[in-house]
Ligand binder design. Structure first.
Ligand code: HEC
Length: 163
């Protein structure tokens, strides 16, 4: 019984060593991508930018994440649509993404201030995760100014008045 254990332990150590030696850099990149996935989950990005994510408790396959939504958000700012981040980020370099996050503001209810205040490593991790998923989906509908009638469904903020 005791003797039989050693080959198993040796095999595990060898397997672990092979993984570490063979994939040092990809493992670091994987860590960044995992961190990006975690941010998409817990920072609310999926809640608005992934169709049905909030209403299904997150039961949306990862391949459909962050493809934007046709559900509008209507308020005094007009009607906004969560952008397709899979397409938007595919057009930006990582440094442009960080620069935009630090300097741009967007219409409500996009929490642009969360991007402004996000740790730079987290911003880069989010970018790498989205780029690893690759571009997908269609662009979200364009913003409509106040008073313009939206075609599809919209979440109406109380201050927007009757519609
Ligand atoms: C409450 C809903 C909501 C949440 C949560 C949210 N967004 Fe947004 N986001 C929007 C809407 C709506 C727009 C479009 C704003 C506009 O038209 O100005 C937008 C726009 C953006 C844009 C601009 C893209 C472009 O087209 O240039 C980026 C980048 C973005 N969001 C990233 C994020 C990230 C990253 C997170 C998570 C940290 C996040 N958003 C969370 C609703 C949301």
């Amino acid at each position: 019984m005791k003797r039989a254990r050693y080959p198993i332990v040796a095999t595990l150590i060898l397997a672990g060593a092979a993984t570490l030696a063979g994939a040092a850099e990809p493992a670091a990149e994987r860590t960044m991508i995992d961190r990006g996935r975690y941010i998409a989950r817990i920072a609310g990005c999926n809640d608005c930018h992934t169709p049905n994510y909030a209403t299904t408790g997150g039961a949306v396959p990862e391949q459909q994440w962050l493809t934007g939504d046709r559900l509008g958000w209507r308020g005094p700012w007009g009607t906004t649509y969560p952008s397709n981040l899979r397409l938007a980020l595919s057009r930006l370099s990582e440094d442009e993404w960080v620069h935009n996050a630090r300097t741009l503001s967007y219409r409500p209810p996009m929490p642009w201030f969360a991007l402004r205040d996000m740790d730079e490593t987290d911003l880069r991790a989010f970018y790498r995760f989205v780029r690893a998923l690759g571009p997908a989906g269609e662009p979200a509908p364009a913003w409509l100014p106040p008073g313009a009638q939206a075609q599809g469904m919209a979440v109406v903020f109380p201050s927007a008045g009757p519609h």
